[in-house]
Design a protein around this ligand. Structure first.
Ligand SMILES: Cc1cc2nc3c(=O)[nH]c(=O)nc-3n(C[C@H](O)[C@H](O)[C@H](O)COP(=O)(O)OP(=O)(O)OC[C@H]3O[C@@H](n4cnc5c(N)ncnc54)[C@H](O)[C@@H]3O)c2cc1C
Length: 536
């Protein structure tokens, strides 16, 4: 295959235009092109009047080396991309199926790969199935009735199920795991374009179906998925795992346990620490979520006309404050909602979500500031969790159990808002006006004000007085890191910390990639339970 980069075309181009342009860049006729595969499609909006797609393509022709040579095009070369390869299985014997704790992206992709290679994994999930969970989350948003085990953070599909389902990640992986994850998402129902668009996203409505389809595949291949099965303890003898306890009573023996519990499994982290599983406190970030009219963002980024073709615009903003702290936008949700993403009684956290169409009126993102163990005020690996809990309790109090909201002009003036301005609020979950300055440490509030004012210089109107703020955004990544060695194993033999909760991923795709990594490690050690199964 010939790989050709920087193939630029106007955003209104047709497939024929792409063929003709490619042939021209390779100095051949388009009839010589046998096939074209889009490897990457990104938007170049640097020149507003010439917004264009920029492509990386794999092109099939005859005598490809000659074509590349004759094209004299430095952006053309012979593609060297290696497809993802699952390792050959090891020789060790498993007396029990591998157990995976948690069915978020890390647990689910780990389970799928192990099932596809005959390991018949058992997945234990504390929350409900995605169908049940969707009902529970809707009830919570409408009536405020929280199920601490089945909510926006917990349940089949994990934290990312009620999300915008953005799949982009900064993790570079020479083994092709990133591409493999996207291919698997599209195999189970996502639009195949996620494999090449620059900022792929799925949306919560489509993600829920994909998660259920993956579950059925794991079960079809001899795996088990058990809901309402919370791991409440771990039996460790002589530094090695013997098994785990489910729902405080049932003992399940196992030699290989994948711990993919996500960043909000605070009770599970407390048990692990009690069982002396080595871990550290880890820096993360906290802040507020801000809403603006999506049309305002579209106008600023590439104009309404282009937004009709490219879809709602997104943004990425960052600023270093005079106090040395960094403020940055995170998990931006075009055409989305700010949601109540709490998982503990008496504590309130927010996050963002969009449906596949991203056709909501507002754009929202978290504006967050990094906090480190020095900020946590306490020591030990669980000090970050205590810090999060204090903020979330303050948010719960300030909002009287509902999402505390405030207009930006009132946040700056340290007073409670009494009504909205022109922006129509877009929330999932009940809201109540409150003074968010009372929730946040002063240094964080000051940093946010400095950042928002600065961002107003980048996106006109970003600092408008009626921007809607809501809090607290506290679950941006895991507050701990569970130690693991080069073979991805904890000092406690048989325990494989995995995904975001363990501190090795940030986001849906990187968590799923880490799940693949751990599945590979288990396969390298052990023979499959069912040697007859072996799928890609
Ligand atoms: C509202 C929201 C929107 C988000 N939007 C995006 C986005 O658009 N793009 C993106 O990349 N990331 C997004 N994220 C972050 C993303 O969801 C996480 O990074 C990702 O889900 C981490 O995957 P994971 O498998 O490591 O953990 P999780 O997805 O958190 O899954 C952990 C699972 O373990 C289960 N569990 C926990 N404790 C136990 C126990 N003791 N016993 C049994 N089961 C247990 C939980 O119920 C959960 O299902 C969002 C998160 C939220 C909350």
């Amino acid at each position: 295959m010939i790989r050709i980069t920087q193939v630029k075309l106007p955003i209104t181009h047709t497939y024929e235009d792409l063929l003709i342009r490619t042939a021209k860049l390779l100095r051949i006729s388009d009839s010589q092109i046998k096939s074209v595969r889009i490897v990457k499609q990104s938007v170049d909006a640097r020149k507003r009047e010439e917004i264009a797609y920029s492509y990386v393509l794999d092109v099939e022709t005859d005598r490809e080396e000659q074509v590349v040579k004759r094209s004299k095009n430095s952006n053309a070369s012979i593609s060297k991309e290696k497809p993802y390869q699952f390792p050959a299985s090891g020789s060790g014997t498993l007396s029990h199926p591998p157990v995976i704790v948690g069915s978020g992206p890390a647990g689910l992709f780990c389970g799928l790969m192990l099932a596809r290679h005959g390991y018949r994994p058992l997945i234990l999930e504390r929350g409900g199935s995605v169908e049940e969970r969707t009902r529970q989350v809707q009830t919570f948003w409408k009536e405020g009735k929280l199920d601490p085990n089945s909510n926006v953070q917990f349940g089949e599909g994990g934290a990312g199920t009620f999300s915008d389902g953005k799949l982009n990640t900064l993790v570079k992986d020479p083994m092709g795991r990133n591409r493999k994850v996207l291919e698997l998402f599209s195999e189970f129902g996502a639009d195949p374009s996620i494999c090449y668009v620059n900022k792929p996203h799925i949306g919560t409505d489509v993600l829920s179906q994909i998660v259920a389809a993956m579950r059925q595949e794991i079960i079809r291949l001899g795996g088990q998925v058990r809901f309402h099965s919370q791991v409440t303890d771990f039996s460790i003898q002589d530094g090695a795992l013997q098994g785990l306890i489910v729902n405080g009573r049932e003992e399940i023996p196992a030699e290989a346990i994948v711990l993919a519990v996500g960043h909000s499994a605070r009770d599970t982290f407390e048990i692990l620490w009690k069982r002396q599983v080595p871990m550290d406190a880890k820096a993360f970030a906290v802040g507020l979520r801000i809403q603006h009219p999506q049309s305002m963002i579209d106008e600023a980024q590439y104009g309404q006309e282009a937004a009709r073709i490219l879809g709602p615009a997104s943004y990425k903003l960052t600023h270093t404050c005079k106090n040395g702290r960094g403020v940055y936008s995170f998990c931006m949700c075009p055409g989305g909602f700010v949601v109540n993403a709490s998982s503990e009684e008496g504590r309130l956290a927010v996050n963002g979500m969009s449906y596949h169409a991203r056709d909501g009126k507002n754009a929202n993102s978290a504006l967050i500031v990094t906090v480190t163990p020095e900020d946590f005020g306490g020591d030990g690996p669980l000090s970050g969790i205590a810090f999060q809990r204090r903020l979330e309790e303050a948010a719960y109090q300030a909002g009287k159990g509902s999402i505390p909201v405030q207009l930006y002009e009132d946040f700056k003036e340290n007073r409670i808002s009494s009504q909205y301005g022109q922006i129509v609020p877009q929330f999932e979950g009940r809201v109540s006006f409150a003074n968010l300055r009372e929730i946040l440490p002063e240094s964080i509030s000051d940093s946010l004000i400095e950042g928002i004012d600065r961002f107003g210089g980048v996106i006109p109107g970003f600092d408008r007085g009626d921007s809607i703020l809501a809090g607290i955004e506290s679950r941006t990544s895991s507050p701990i890191r569970i130690h693991r060695d080069g073979q991805l194993e904890s000092q406690v033999k048989g325990l494989f910390p995995c995904g975001e909760g363990a501190g090795y991923a940030g986001g849906i795709t990187s968590a799923a990639m880490d799940g693949l990594k751990v599945a590979e490690e288990i396969a390298r050690r052990y023979r499959p339970i069912d040697e007859s199964v072996g799928l890609a």
